[in-house]
Design a protein around this ligand. Structure first.
Ligand SMILES: [Mn+2]
Length: 367
C-alpha cells in the first residue's frame, strides 16, 4: 500500500495567499495520483474560522480527489470544546475522515492498516493527551499501525514540557507522523516522519529547501520525498563596511536583479549586514519591499548590541548613569597619574567638550 503524507498547507495564509492554494492543490492532486490513501497532519487552514471563499476552494479540491483522506486538526484549527473546527466540518460534509483520539482501519486490496489520530493539544497538555490517547485507542495486535500527530517535539523545537521521541517510540505504532513543524524531518530510522509545510511561512534559511510530501510504501517500509512545484525562496546576505547610502543601495539592487534573473517570481529575503559610514543609521537605508521582497536590515547591529549590553550591565549593577560613567572612567584611568578625580572628569564631560578638554589639558578651573 502507498500512503501519502501531507501537512501544514495553511490555505488562506495571508502573506502568500495564492501560493498557499496552488501548492496545497499540487500536493493533494499529485498524492491522489500516486497513493492509495492520503493522511493529512493538521493546519489545512491558516485560521480557526476560514472565510467561505477559502472553505469553498478546499471543498472543490476535495470533491475532485478520488482517494480517501484521513485528517487531524492542527493548532491553527483548534477551537474550544463543543465548537466545530473546520477539519471536523469537512468530515460532516463527507469529504474526509477526521480523527481525534479515535482510529479507523483502512483496507486496500486485502491489505489493512490501522490509523489513529490525535488533533493538536496545547504543549503543556501534550503528555496528558498522549496518556488519554493510550486509553481511548487500542492498537490491534499484528496490525501495521499509524499515529497522526500535530505537536511540538523536543528534538526539533525549543521549549519546555514538550513531547520527546522517546515518549512516542514506546507507544507501539509502526509509523508515527507529525505535522506542526514546517521543516521536513525524519527520525527513528524512518519510523517518525515530518513532511514539513507546503507553503513558506517563516522565511528561515531551512525553508529555502524544496516543499512537498512523503510517500510511504508499507511493503518496503520506506518513505520517499515527493517535491511539488513551489515558488522559490532565496535568502542572501550582503556585508558592508563603513558604507555610504548609495553603496548599499547599488549593491542591493545589483544583487536583486541577479537573483530575479535566475529565479523569476522568487520570494527573496535580503539581509544587510556590517557597518555604515559614521553618522548614518540603519533607517537611513530605505529599500522598498514588496509582497515578494523582504529586507532584513541588520546594519550597525553590533553597535546596537553594544549599547544594549551597556544598558543591561547598568541595570544589573543597579548603578545610576553617573556611577556607571564614573566607574568606566576610573577603569580607563587605572594606573595613570592624573590631576583630577574621575567624578571631576564626569562633571566636566557633562558640562561639555570644552570643559572636558580643559580639564584633560590641566586648565583646571579655567572658565
Ligand atoms: Mn502549522
Amino acid at each position: 500500500m502507498k500512503i501519502a503524507i501531507i501537512a501544514d498547507t495553511h490555505v488562506g495564509y495571508p502573506r502568500f495567499y495564492e501560493d498557499s492554494f496552488a501548492q496545497a492543490e499540487a500536493a493533494f492532486m499529485d498524492a491522489d495520483s500516486k497513493a492509495d490513501v492520503i493522511l493529512f497532519l493538521g493546519d489545512l487552514y491558516d485560521t480557526r474560522v476560514p472565510s467561505l471563499q477559502v472553505l469553498g476552494r478546499t471543498i472543490s479540491l476535495f470533491r475532485s480527489l478520488k482517494k480517501p483522506i484521513y485528517a487531524i486538526h492542527g493548532n491553527h484549527e483548534r477551537r474550544a470544546k463543543g465548537a466545530l473546527n473546520p477539519v471536523a466540518l469537512l468530515e460532516r460534509a463527507g469529504l474526509i475522515r477526521h480523527l481525534n483520539f479515535s482510529s479507523d482501519v483502512f483496507e486496500n486490496g486485502g491489505e489493512k492498516v490501522f490509523i489513529a489520530g490525535m488533533g493538536n493539544v496545547p504543549d503543556d497538555l501534550a503528555k496528558a493527551g498522549i496518556r488519554k490517547l493510550k486509553e481511548s485507542v487500542k492498537i490491534p495486535e499484528g496490525a501495521f499501525s499509524i499515529l497522526m500527530l500535530h505537536q511540538s517535539v523536543k528534538e526539533f523545537v525549543f521549549g519546555e514540557e514538550l513531547l520527546e521521541l522517546a515518549d512516542l517510540e514506546g507507544l507501539g505504532y509502526s509509523l508515527i507522523l507529525n505535522g506542526h513543524i514546517h521543516i521536513r524531518k525524519d527520525a527513528l530510522e524512518g519510523r517518525f516522519l515530518i513532511p514539513g509545510s507546503t507553503v513558506i511561512t517563516q522565511l528561515t534559511r531551512e525553508e529555502t529547501n524544496p516543499r512537498g510530501y512523503y510517500l510511504y510504501d508499507t511493503k518496503e517500509k520506506r518513505h520517499e520525498f515527493v517535491e511539488i512545484p513551489c515558488r522559490k525562496f532565496i535568502m542572501e546576505e550582503l556585508e558592508f563596511r563603513d558604507a555610504r547610502i548609495e553603496e548599499v543601495k547599488e549593491k542591493a539592487s545589483a544583487a536583486l536583479s541577479r537573483i530575479r534573473e535566475n529565479a523569476p517570481g522568487a520570494i527573496i529575503r535580503l539581509r544587510l549586514k556590517g557597518t555604515l559610514e559614521k553618522g548614518l543609521r540603519p533607517p537611513d537605508i530605505a529599500i522598498p519591499e514588496d509582497g515578494l521582497l523582504f529586507i532584513d536590515n541588520k546594519l550597525n547591529e553590533h553597535m546596537a548590541r553594544m549599547d544594549l549590553r551597556a544598558i543591561r550591565e547598568m541595570r544589573e549593577k543597579k548603578l545610576s548613569m553617573r556611577e556607571m560613567s564614573e566607574a568606566r572612567i576610573r577603569e580607563k584611568l587605572k594606573g595613570k597619574v592624573t590631576l583630577f578625580e574621575p567624578s571631576e572628569l564626569f562633571d566636566a564631560m557633562a558640562a561639555g567638550p570644552e570643559e572636558a578638554m580643559g580639564l584633560l589639558q590641566g586648565r583646571r578651573g579655567a572658565k
